[in-house]
Write a protein that binds this ligand. Structure first.
Ligand SMILES: Nc1ncnc2c1ncn2[C@@H]1O[C@H](COP(=O)(O)OP(=O)(O)OP(=O)(O)O)[C@@H](O)[C@H]1O
Ligand SMILES: [Mg+2]
Length: 508
């Protein structure tokens, strides 16, 4: 290459740079959607400057976590994977130091983690990474790959990317300010609307708001409350709220599951017994109604009690009196009664299985907890809540991909919130990444997701790929990522499996 060629190339490069910078600054101002603007900007960088993977990673202003905001040249899965632990590598280094970093050959750089798993052939690829800074604060990192060649100077790339980073920095800070203001006004609006809330109980749906309103109304009274609802809908949780929002939150909250004990033991537990009342009664013992004095007694699964106990409960509810087993002294209790059941008490009364007078005594204030499938609008909130809770318990920060969220929203959750809670807990513990993607979900959810009407928006190929990917991931996991075994289980050859693992970018 002679001197003239070099000059020409430098001039051409300068034209490209100017074009890229112009487009980037136009893109960053083009809409209120940060992601869209950034995507446009990254595409311009890639097109004009031949950078293969242009990525913006942002520091979350609140949590200080790093996540890829946009990336040009990466698939969605690769992006989802890149959202975690990225801080350990080159990007993290740049955030920490605030200085650019160049990796001339990523194959030689141990710091280079390739969390996105996107670089199959790592030879001859350079990586350039510059901080996005504003007034000394690091807002994120701009990085790009370049296939190495003699003509391009990495210093030149650093220079251009630094200019781009400063353009991005200004939009980012505007964007953060805008989001903060939006959150604030939404919060204010929520307060004005008078939404009810109870600590750690989630529900923004109208039906749950109605539940909270009822709880607010009756908690501070001594009225008996009957909680109805399918298994896992939160009856026990509401019973707790009734106690702690009630008149005597410092008093005892005594819970008993009436379905868990045989009749005579339940009777002894509820009402207590005197020494010698039955074989084995070596000393007298207080019952739960005594223990609950000055507080609340929670009679769970009230639909499962025998006629004898029903009669005794009726008396406690009517007269607040009872005797210990084997005792003659009449005792009193002032405990507030909260009962719960998922059984159809009306039907049981009509066939004589449940005393009607007891039913009316219990049913002073009925509160119905709706099944989760009837209030899908609560799902995103609940999912966030459990992710946060189990994330904190496990010392990690776990998010969820939109696809996984979509599948969860489409599921009918027969086990209600308990099932959702268990599912998220398992996912938080078992998922490798910091983002739960659809392949992480239990098989029955994925299958359901495939059948749900939303899938109509997928093409047949996409749907087939989704299923294929899910089956392969599951098989690999089940066989400890030994591809030959997984292939046998799937009925395909190891070669076919290897091909698909690469195609879908499944991490081994
Ligand atoms: N609205 C809610 N917000 C947050 N967590 C909830 C909510 N409702 C229920 N949960 C959680 O779901 C799980 C199941 O709730 P709970 O035990 O109260 O259900 P239940 O109606 O008593 O079920 P069962 O009839 O099977 O005893 C609990 O871990 C509870 O903390
Ligand atoms: Mg319960």
């Amino acid at each position: 290459m002679d001197a003239d060629d070099t000059t020409l190339m430098a001039a051409a490069r300068e034209v490209d740079e100017l074009a890229a910078l112009l487009e980037v600054s136009q893109a960053m101002g083009s809409s209120f959607e940060l992601d869209r603007n950034l995507r446009k900007a990254m595409r311009s960088l890639s097109e004009h400057l031949g950078l293969t993977r242009a990525t913006v990673t942002v520091v979350d202003p609140e949590t200080k976590d790093l996540r890829i905001a946009v990336a040009y040249g990466l698939t969605r899965q690769q992006i989802a994977r890149g959202t975690y632990r990225i801080g350990e590598g080159v990007v993290g280094r740049v955030v920490a130091s605030g200085e650019p970093m160049v990796v001339p050959d990523i194959g030689d750089e141990p710091l280079f983690l390739d969390r996105t798993g996107s670089r199959v052939d790592r030879s001859d690829v350079s990586f350039v990474c510059v901080p996005i800074k504003l007034r000394g604060e690091i807002l994120g990192v701009l990085s790009a790959d370049r296939v190495f060649s003699e003509e391009t100077s990495l210093d030149e790339d650093v220079r251009v990317l630094e200019i781009v980073a400063s353009i991005i920095a200004h939009s980012l800070s505007l964007y953060h300010a805008y989001m903060k203001e939006r959150d604030r006004s939404e919060r204010l609006r929520g307060e004005l609307r008078g939404r009810y809330s109870l600590p750690n109980i989630i529900g923004d749906s109208d039906t749950m708001q109605e539940v909270f309103r009822m709880v607010g109304k009756v908690a501070a009274t001594s009225a008996t409350v009957l909680l109805r609802g399918e298994s896992g809908t939160g009856k026990e949780l509401i019973a707790n709220a009734l106690h702690y929002q009630g008149l005597r939150p410092k008093g005892p909250l005594v819970a008993i599951n009436c379905a868990a004990l045989p009749e005579n033991l339940l009777e002894a537990e509820l009402f207590g017994y005197e020494k010698g009342a039955f074989t084995g009664a070596h000393a007298s013992k207080q019952g739960r109604f005594e223990l609950a004095r000055g507080g609340t007694i929670f009679l769970d699964e009230i639909g499962d009690v025998s006629p004898t106990i029903q009669a005794k409960l009726l008396r406690v509810l009517q007269e607040h009196t009872f005797e210990r087993l084997g005792g003659t002294k009449t005792l009193t209790t002032d405990a507030r009664v909260v009962a719960a059941t998922n059984r159809d008490l009306e039907k049981m009364s009509s066939v004589g299985e449940f005393r009607e007078d007891l039913y009316w005594r219990l049913n002073v204030v009925p509160i119905f907890l709706p099944p989760l499938r009837d209030r899908p609008e609560d799902l995103p909130l609940l999912i966030e809540h459990f992710l946060e809770r189990f994330g904190r318990a496990n010392n990690r920060h776990v998010g969820i991909s939109t696809e996984a969220m979509r599948i969860m929203l489409g599921y009918h959750w027969p086990g209600n919130i308990r099932e959702l809670e268990n599912t998220i807990q398992r996912l938080v513990v078992l998922t490798d990444g910091d983002i739960i993607v659809s392949e992480d979900l239990p098989m029955h959810l994925i299958m359901h997701g495939l059948e749900s009407p939303d899938v109509d928006s997928l093409t047949l190929d996409e749907e087939v790929e989704m299923l294929e990917r899910a089956r392969i991931t599951a098989a690999l996991r089940q066989h400890g990522f030994v591809q030959s075994k997984a292939a046998r289980a799937l009925g395909i050859t190891p070669r076919q499996l290897g091909y698909k693992v690469r195609k879908y970018d499944i991490e081994a």
